[in-house]
Design a protein around this ligand. Structure first.
Ligand SMILES: Nc1ncnc2c1ncn2[C@@H]1O[C@H](COP(=O)(O)OP(=O)(O)O)[C@@H](O)[C@H]1O
Ligand SMILES: [Mg+2]
Length: 243
């Protein structure tokens, strides 16, 4: 089990680092929710030109992806780049990172735009509707998609084609565990990928914060509801090293 004394990264995080530092610029991260996929996408590899996040929902529009006009507060409108265009432009000299969260939730029109923005750098280009400027991804642009879909066979083919590397994240990153009190770490690792019973890192962070003020029992109730007793007992046993 990964704890602070572990020097080697868990295999899934090792794989992600290796890919992103070896020339791979398209990766899908999948697996349980609350395990650290988005955080990993935002921080691992070269993100020095900026990391730009896009959270896909049914209600999102191309505005979120490529941009659109916004009231400028002076009675007029001003163009605002969407996340994908921002990531293409990066810091102006080097492309940034685009993180596309819950990609499976994007609907038809937006999905098509996303595919265009995630095309290989040679083919990808986008025309600014006002200025007519043609924008292309700058060198260094990379994209990480995250999804809770477990079966990669369910991904639409056009998307799967663009993202040949898929990594299943099955363990929290050691740095995520360092944010937790030591007695919670072992249990957090065990529960992060525990199927229907899984517990998100976010729940452990909440528990850790709450218990400092209201005590363990109440913190468990507030965080876990009717699973409180079971989880509190498990944490106690785990912290004793009993497992
Ligand atoms: N390596 C890490 N270092 C610090 N905090 C982390 C790390 N990985 C995840 N977290 C925290 O854990 C929580 C869940 O991570 P997130 O990336 O949102 O999970 P997922 O995308 O798999 O649902 C977030 O609060 C995030 O900030
Ligand atoms: Mg996420």
């Amino acid at each position: 089990m990964a704890t602070t004394e572990t020097t080697k990264l868990p295999e899934c995080w090792q794989a992600l680092e290796e890919c992103l530092t070896s020339g791979i610029d398209r990766v899908i991260l999948y697996g349980a929710s609350g395990i650290g996929k988005t955080y990993g996408g935002l921080t691992i590899g070269d993100v020095s030109a900026g990391a730009f996040r896009l959270v896909c929902t049914e209600d999102m529009t191309n505005f979120d992806v490529t941009g659109g006009f916004m009231p400028n507060g002076k009675g007029g409108f001003q163009w605002l780049d969407g996340s994908a265009v921002k990531a293409w432009k990066g810091d102006g000299t080097k492309g940034g990172r685009l993180i596309v969260d819950e990609v499976d939730k994007a609907s038809g029109d937006v999905f098509a735009t996303l595919l265009a923005m995630l095309d290989s750098p040679e083919s990808a280009s986008w025309e600014h509707p006002e200025t007519g400027d043609v924008v292309k991804p700058l060198n260094g642009f990379s994209a990480v998609m995250t999804t809770n879909i477990e079966n990669m066979g369910e991904l639409p083919t056009a998307l799967a084609d663009r993202f040949p590397i898929r990594i299943r994240i099955n363990e929290p990153h050691p740095n995520a565990l360092l944010r937790l009190s030591a007695d919670l770490r072992g249990y957090a690792v065990r529960m992060a990928d525990a199927g229907d019973d899984r517990i998100s890192l976010r729940a452990f962070y909440a528990l850790d914060t709450l218990r400092a003020k209201v005590g363990m029992e109440r913190a468990c109730e507030l965080t876990f509801g009717n699973r409180a007793k079971e989880i509190m007992d498990a944490i106690k046993v785990d912290a004793l090293g009993g497992r």
